[in-house]
Design a protein around this ligand. Sequence first.
Ligand code: MN
Length: 231
Amino acid sequence: MSFVFPPPVPVSVPITGRPELFPVHRIYCVGRNYEEHAKEMGFTGREPPFFFMKPADAVVVVPAGATATIDYPRLTKNLHHEIELVIAIGKPGRNIAAADALGHVFGYAVGLDMTRRDLQNDMKKQGRPWCIGKAFDQSAPIGPITAAALAGDIGHAEIHLQVNGQDRQRSNVSKLIWNVSETIEHLSAAWDLQAGDLIYSGTPEGVAAVVAGDTMAGGVSGLESIRVQVR
Ligand code: MN
């Protein structure tokens, strides 16, 4: 087999305490999965979960203890941070029941669903797809993956984000509208999940803008924290 040009190197994420890398297949994201964030976006009540995707090569790996950099993206004047718990799928499946869902989880990581909010809002108003607001280059920073067995009680972990040392987002994974198992149940009803899929599970309230020069520091208790500077 030969290719007309060299195929891209697979996107991968480091795993805490292991030499092997986690190869990324797809990136799924859950919209409005914390009640207080749904409210700040102008919605109320529990609605069925909905999903959008980012390309795998939107990943920016943040190595343990390091500060990664992302470029301020083109076209936007309102780049928002969304700190999220990321679920890493290790075993394929479709129509997975919530009761079986954790058996498909390889581990968890801290991620940022960076959003060109002005472009996303324009698309919403026009009833058009969100891709230009969500699925751009470098829009999915992620820290090392921690194996599920080593991640502690992830369902009750604190989740937080500081920008330049100031608190912006602080909540608890227990406040997810659709928890990890329910999210996997819904997602796998619509798509065949594969080993290597990442699920950005949604962000709590407090989303706001960052500008060039800002440094974001995010964490979920039990997982490796991340630091990302915008340049
Ligand atoms: Mn999000």
